[in-house]
Every structure is written in C-alpha cells, then in structure tokens.
Design a protein around this ligand. Structure first.
Ligand code: UN1
Length: 519
C-alpha cells in the first residue's frame, strides 16, 4: 500500500443530512495509565468506508509532544515490567485473550464499521489476535535460551534472552487488531514496554486491544497508544528512546523507517508489500483452485499483503479455468460488510479507490491484457456513499506488465498463462516481492519442487495465498521484509536480544582460545 494511501483519512465530500446525526463517540490516547486528549486538543474523524456519512468516532490527532510523553511513560515503566517474572506477565496476557474472546462479536462489528471487510473476516481478525495472545502468552513459561559446552574445564556457557527496552510499533489498517497483536503481545511477553501508533483509518480496533490490556491489569506505562496521521508515526520512529521500531506497511515507507533507524542504531523490523502468486497446474483440482483463487484475490477486497494478485495457470487448462473463474468473480456481491449477503466489502478510502482504478486503467492500456470482468467503481444505490470497486480480473496478462509486477492492494487479479512448472516458478519469482505463493497440483513431485524453488516466506500447497496461522513465522523475502519474521517463536528474536553468559568455576584464569593446548 502506498504511503499516501495509509496516511490519508477516509475523506469524501460530506453529504449534508437534514436529520440530526447520532452522537459520535470520542476516543483518546492512552498514556501512562490514563486516557488523555491530544496535547493540542485536535481530533480527526474515522469514517465508515461502506458509508462515509457514518462517523465511527473522533480520535486524538497527536502531536510530537504526545509521542514524547508516551515514550517517556514507557521508559519509566521499563524496569519494573522487565523485572516482573515472565510467567506473571503471561498471566496478564492470558486475561487479555479472555477479554477479547468474550467481546469477539462486538469487536468484529466495530472493526467492520471502521475498516469495511465482511463480518466473517473481522471475526477472523479478532480471532487471530486471540490466537496470538494465547500462543504467545504460553511463551511466558518458555522463552527458551540454551546451554552449550564451554571449551575449558569447569566453565559453564549459556545464552539467555533479554528484553530490548521501549518498542515503537506502527501498524496498518487492513488487519487493525491482528497485526497490532502480533507486535504488542510478543513485545510484552519478552518484558518490553511499548508505544503503538495505529493507522489513521482504523484506530478503534487498536484502542479496543489496548482497552483489553488495561482491563487485564497491565501496569501503567507498559502499553501506550497515540493516534494520528503519518507525522505521529514519524515522531515515534525518530524518537531516540525507542530501542526498536516494528513497522508493517508499504515498502516505500518501510525503507524510510529503516533509514531513520539506521541513523540512530535502532533495531528495525519491517513487514511490507507483496505480489503473491497462485500457480494452477494442469493436473490440479480445478474447482478447488478456483475457490482458492476467489478467496485469495477478493477476500478483504484484495487488501492483504498476502492477497493473490497473480494467478499463473497451465495453458492446457487455462481457458477452462479462466471462463469459470471470471464467471464466479462476476457473481460476487459487493456491499456493506455488515450485511450477511455481502461477499466483498469496500476498499479503505478515496485514495485507495484512486490507486486501484489507476491500476485498472494501466491494465486496460497494456497491450495484450484483457479486462475480463469488473473494472469499475460502484457509485449508485447502496454503493453511493462508500468506496466500492468491482472484483476485477485481467486475462492473458504478460508477467512483465505493471499489473503483474506492482502491488495494487485491491480486488484486482491477473491471469497469466504458463507452459510448465519451471516456467510457472520463474514467473512466480520474477517480482520484487516475496511474501506468499501457492500451487495447486495433485503431483507430489511438482508440489515439492515448487516448495523448494519458490523464493517466498510462505508457501501453500493446494490452498490459497492467504490464511497464515499465528504459530508459524510470518514474513517475506526481497522487498517484502528485512529478514525478520513475526509470529511463531521466531518473533522472539525481534523482541529480545541474546546475552551470552560464561561462568568460570575453576578458580583460576582460563584464557579462551589460548589455554586450550594442554587440555
Ligand atoms: C497482512 O495482510 O498483512 O495470512 C496479514 C493472512 C492473514 C494475515 C495477513 N492471516 O492472510
């Protein structure tokens, strides 16, 4: 997703409604154990992308002062939290999981109102936060280090994890509770304190997660949230007292985050763009591959880092696949995510509409590709006040075309013919990103060959490119990341630093690498 897209509100010319509007809820920052207004007193509105006449809430437009105060609170709380035994920290986090579980339906509804995706998916988003919380809290009784033999007699060697300190977390709008949980919960179990800056389009779900932390009894100053636009995030990223910055968003913004962190020697973990591929071989279960591609391409209206934006299909079945896939894509119902009948919700804001429609125009102009279905913004009737785009399929796309290379982050996918597994893998790997890839085949040899050759962080066999589970590492190669992995136990390597400890109980000076000769 582009930086502009992430930093701009769901702004749309407001229609004047004659009737009195319902009272709009106000939300504040949470700093040092208190809910507080932004120091400048400014607020911004969070609009429902399915109907921008609805204001979901007013939120604090935080200044650099607010960020400074939040970081200061996290610094003050650092030692006490670090010294709280990890199993005790875990008990509080298990409570967070229980609170989320109890409120799952209400949290999902609020998320659909601010983010747009259908209720089933926002339920999944909350569930992912619950899963992450329970799984990661379990680490409170592990957080394993290791022991290893020392090269000298009467000497003991071991390695333990230590917290990094204050963490600054900057999160996107497409998974407004799951992604914050991927960062907050591991940071906390490892003994760090934190300040989170959620996306301006979806602050409510992150505030809901913070509320669960407050209700669970996490001590003041340990978790802080500041809402606001890109500048608020920039103040956090640049703050010299944040030892670590964890960012999920566009590759362009991520690169800037990385260079700010490099300047001040901060630890930096990045999750960025994707251009994910589903390969369909000629022996695949075609109906299953179509189901997978529909879910991968149009779930969350294509607004996932893991969305299937390329479908590489063996030429022997290409025509058959394309015809059925287009027919099914055409039949998807686009609308308000709160309605049971909706398959695909709105996109996040006007900027997203502009970007996605811009790519559709590029696709239409590209020589060979055909617009097989969709291609339009829906602007009348029930779609009048929201940001709705038809599920869009381009067929006969060449791998080098821009719509096959660049991240669109919307309900648009490209069908690309291939003539062999090698050809499919070459196309799959021929983009700057490397997050998720999938292959549909019944041939175990082809499946394993693809598994080995696809240069991505995630590979699925006979399943779509979306749907990662929290106990496996999540992240990607190339322009998708900077080598870190969230989720799984691997995330602990982001939020802790290793400390190697040598205990010499020989009662004499033993020099490593030197006094080993006569042993
Ligand atoms: C993202 O889009 O940034 O694997 C995260 C999936 C989800 C997470 C996506 N569990 O699609």
């Amino acid at each position: 997703m582009s930086q502009a897209q992430k930093s701009i509100k769901k702004s749309k010319p407001q229609t004047t409604v004659a009737n009195a509007k319902p009272r709009v809820a106000s939300y504040q920052n949470y700093i040092n154990g208190e809910w507080v207004k932004a120091s400048g007193g400014e607020t911004f509105e969070n609009l429902n992308p399915a109907d921008t006449r609805e204001v979901v809430g007013r939120f604090a437009a935080s200044t650099e002062d607010d960020v400074n105060r939040a970081v200061e609170a996290a610094v003050d709380a650092r030692d006490k939290w670090r010294k709280t035994p990890a199993p005790r920290r875990a008990e509080l986090l298990f409570k967070v999981g229980e609170i989320l579980m109890r409120n799952k339906d209400a949290l999902a509804r609020e998320m659909t109102r601010e983010m747009g995706k259908v209720l089933k998916e926002t339920g999944g988003d909350v569930q992912e936060a619950i899963d992450c919380t329970y799984y990661t809290a379990g680490e409170g009784r592990r957080l394993h280090g290791f022991t290893t033999p020392a090269e000298m007699p009467n000497k003991f060697a071991m390695c333990v994890r230590q917290p990094v300190g204050v963490c600054g977390l900057v999160t996107p709008w497409n998974f407004p509770m799951a992604i914050p949980s991927w960062k907050m919960i591991p940071a906390l179990i490892c003994g760090n304190t934190l300040v989170i800056k959620p996306a301006e389009d979806t602050p409510l779900s992150t505030i809901n997660l913070v509320k669960a932390c407050v209700e669970a009894g996490i001590p003041k100053g340990v978790v802080n949230v500041v809402t606001g636009a890109g500048a608020t995030g920039a103040a956090l990223v640049g703050h010299r007292d944040t030892r670590l910055i964890s960012f999920t968003g566009s590759t362009e913004t991520g690169r800037k985050v990385a260079s700010v962190c490099a300047d001040r020697n901060a630890i930096c973990s990045l999750e960025m763009g994707g251009k994910n591929v589903q390969i369909v071989m000629d022996d695949a279960n075609i109906d299953l591959a179509i189901e997978g591609a529909l879910w991968g391409a149009f779930g969350t209206a294509g607004q996932r880092c893991t969305a299937t934006s390329r479908i590489v299909v063996h030429k022997k079945i290409y025509k058959q696949f394309a015809a059925k896939f287009v027919e099914r894509a055409n039949a998807l119902r686009v609308g308000d995510g709160l309605k049971d009948s909706t398959d695909v919700g709105p996109v996040i804001n006007q900027n997203a509409v502009n970007k996605i429609i811009g790519y559709i125009e590029i696709g239409k102009r590209e020589d060979k590709a055909k617009l097989a279905c969709g291609g339009e913004q829906l602007t009348t009737g029930e779609h009048q006040h929201g940001f709705f785009i038809q599920p869009t399929v381009f067929t006969d796309v060449a791998p080098s075309m821009r719509i096959a290379q660049e991240e669109i982050f919307g309900p648009v996918t490209a069908l690309i013919p291939c003539d062999s597994l090698d050809n499919a893998v070459e196309i799959a790997n021929g983009v700057r990103y490397g997050l998720s890839a999938s292959i549909f085949t019944k041939d175990v040899n082809q499946a394993f060959a693809a598994m080995n050759e696809l240069y991505t962080g995630i590979v699925y066999i006979n399943a779509p490119t979306i749907g990662a589970e929290v106990h496996l590492p999540f992240g990607g190669t190339k322009a998708t990341g900077n080598g870190h992995r969230e989720a799984g136990t691997q995330v602990l390597d982001i939020f802790t630093e290793w400390k190697s400890v040598y205990v010499d109980y020989s009662n004499k000076l033993q020099r490593a690498q030197i006094d080993t000769e006569n042993l």
